[in-house]
Design a protein around this ligand. Sequence first.
Ligand code: SF4
Ligand code: SF4
Length: 442
Amino acid sequence: MTQRPPKLLYADAKGNIYDHPYLDMVGMNGSEFVLPENVELIPLPEDSRLFTMPAMPPVAWDARKKAFATLDRVREGKRSRPVQAVAAFMAPGYVRTLLPACDYSRKTTHLPLWSYTAVGWDEERDCFVVAATKVDSNSNWNPVNYDDRTLDPLVRKILQEIPGNRLLEQLARCAVDYHCFAAKNLFYRRWEAPLPTSPVCNSACLGCISLQPSECCPANHERITFVPTPEEICQIALPHLEYAEQAIVSYGQGCEGDPILQADTIAEATRRLKKATSRGTVNFNSNGSLPDKVALLCEAGMDSFRFSMNSVREELYNRYYRPKGYTFGDVLRSVHTAKKAGRFTMINYLVSPGVSDAPQEVEALLRFVAETGVDMIQMRNLSIDPDYYNREMGVSGKGIGMYRLLELLKREFPQLQFGYYNRTRENFYPPDLPNSWPIVEK
Ligand code: SF4
Ligand code: SF4
């Protein structure tokens, strides 16, 4: 049975969202409009958000004319009013396969740092649908697990138990003011907790969420302003490792600079943690710019590494990361160093349809996986204005399709894991790869 294509969504000036009576949903891959394939359309995940694309009219498929059409205005009686496109920001764990289709040339503002996904209305299923696929089945990060009414007393209690620790005070602010789920985990004493350490970075990413030049979009969070001592780190990380369920402590979780610039402090803290307990997982998320420091952290007992990159092509990497005092070759050396030391090695692959599935990128990625033997690719939707990103990356045309990219990787490298979240040591190499892809929603 052929499924009827989903309908176009559009919004009025007040942000009210409507489905169109006959125009169909379209997405974008790179700079081209495309019709979504059935396989890449899934119900909008719970706890996702819908956004309007300010001043940008949507592009749809007009099946009667067999052509793409820009919907500038809709009729209402004798009058007509302008409309704007709608995009989805999905709950974590899903990778988008298409960008929202709209006329980006009408854009009047730089869009804030969210990941924008094509969304439509499925009349048969009576639900919103997005062009996306699930890549991680870990449900720990579901917002229902984070109820602030139970959090506040725990934050007060732990602050009293460990007075005068600047890192703990920072994480209390992260949990209560920024509503950071990772920071909340520390106080709930469960799962993955963050250990921010670095006020500085040696990259200047176009879409850094913790620091943006004033002429660009605002950063979502403020960076930590100090470097904690190994004592401060151990004071809060050790109880987490010893008592938390599925315990992970992670450096470089988000709104800081890059922890690799504090590698000496982190190595010392990690050494002490590993001496004090054999329980739990210590993880390091980083731009991987300093391979010697990665070697030092391996020696200190780090269990896993996750290196971020938007592309495995040096030119595109440089355009996004704008590295200061290191090269893409150093990042590659870091990946090799971690892998050779037998550490669970992941890539935080910041993906965007049209860039990540471009034929040249696919070819480079297959080579990269074969040469490095990385264990896992965390598919992260790059949070940035998609039109700005495409222009900065020099995108013209479309890629092979994100879904096809995942299929190809899985076929070529059956042991390669996909995911969205970090893993505990016990789950690094699951015998039957339960977190493998595709993940079919029950
Ligand atoms: S990710 Fe950001 S908000 Fe969360 S704990 Fe780290 S620094 Fe704080
Ligand atoms: S590596 Fe991380 S902290 Fe540094 S500029 Fe990029 S996103 Fe920001």
